[in-house]
Ligand binder design. Structure first.
Ligand SMILES: N[C@@H](CCC(=O)N[C@@H](CS)C(=O)NCC(=O)O)C(=O)O
Length: 230
């Protein structure tokens, strides 16, 4: 009998979304354990003592797997189904590079652009747009997704942007991703969010806005600290 798969997650998280999409694309049955990140459970603290964050993947009795992209890679290797990472080692390395770029440079500049003001924000907006252009360059002409004709690892890594970017833009009152400046990325974002498998694990937009709006002050303080470290 297959070992049970459990995903510790929370409502409205783009990181949890990554793990869920990977499980769904592979057709792996799983139990979603909803965590309240404002009141963390012993289960989460036990399984992710380092970062105390979701997602966390539990597969059978083995030690937990933490960090969304590590989880996606594990799911890709541990289960049958469509390959998420490219089979060619070079393409795989390139996909990992851009996923890391999304997680570090792109996310950081976006976060500062969304939640600061003045010159710090203006600089971050310029940086974000430059980063989005670089990312957009990875969408090869005629291909639906970063992974080609099917959703792959890099689509999953960037996927949060398609649903959550608009949510954060709405809460912050800032526009970063526009059809005029990044038409190909916007086209990709629509296709990703419209995918049948992705839709199964996209949280309701209005509920996400309602859940994340009260965290605005927290986001502002995180962004200020990030900007101070730059
Ligand atoms: N680098 C982590 C980030 C995960 C993350 O930030 N998760 C948030 C939910 S969106 C969380 O657990 N926050 C709780 C906290 O920061 O205390 C990943 O990719 O899995």
């Amino acid at each position: 009998m297959a070992e049970p798969v459990k995903l510790i997650g929370c409502f409205g998280s783009p990181f949890v979304h990554r793990a869920e999409v990977a499980l769904q694309l592979k057709g792996v049955p799983y139990e979603l354990i909803e965590e309240d990140v404002n009141n963390k459970s012993d289960l989460l603290l036990k399984h992710n003592p380092v970062h105390q964050k979701v997602p966390v993947l539990l597969h059978g009795d083995r030690p937990a797997i933490c960090e969304s992209l590590v989880i996606v890679e594990y799911i890709d290797e541990a289960f049958d189904g469509p390959l998420l990472l490219p089979s060619d080692p070079h393409d795989r390395a390139v996909a990992r590079f851009w996923a890391a770029f999304m997680y570090k440079e792109c996310k950081d500049s976006m976060w500062i652009a969304l939640w600061t003001d003045g010159e710090v924000q203006a600089r971050a907006v310029r940086e974000t747009k430059k980063n989005l252009t670089l990312l957009e360059g990875q969408l090869q002409e005629g291909k639906r997704f970063f992974g080609g004709e099917a959703i792959g690892f890099l689509d999953i890594a960037v996927g949060g942007m398609s649903h959550w970017m608009g949510v954060f833009e709405e809460i912050a009152g800032v526009r970063l991703l526009t059809e005029e400046e990044h038409p190909t990325l916007c086209r990709w974002a629509k296709e990703y969010a419209a995918d049948e498998t992705v839709q199964r694990c996209l949280p309701d937009r209005d509920r996400v806005v309602a859940a994340l709006t009260p965290r605005k002050e927290l986001y502002v303080s995180i962004a200020k600290a990030m900007a101070a470290q730059k």
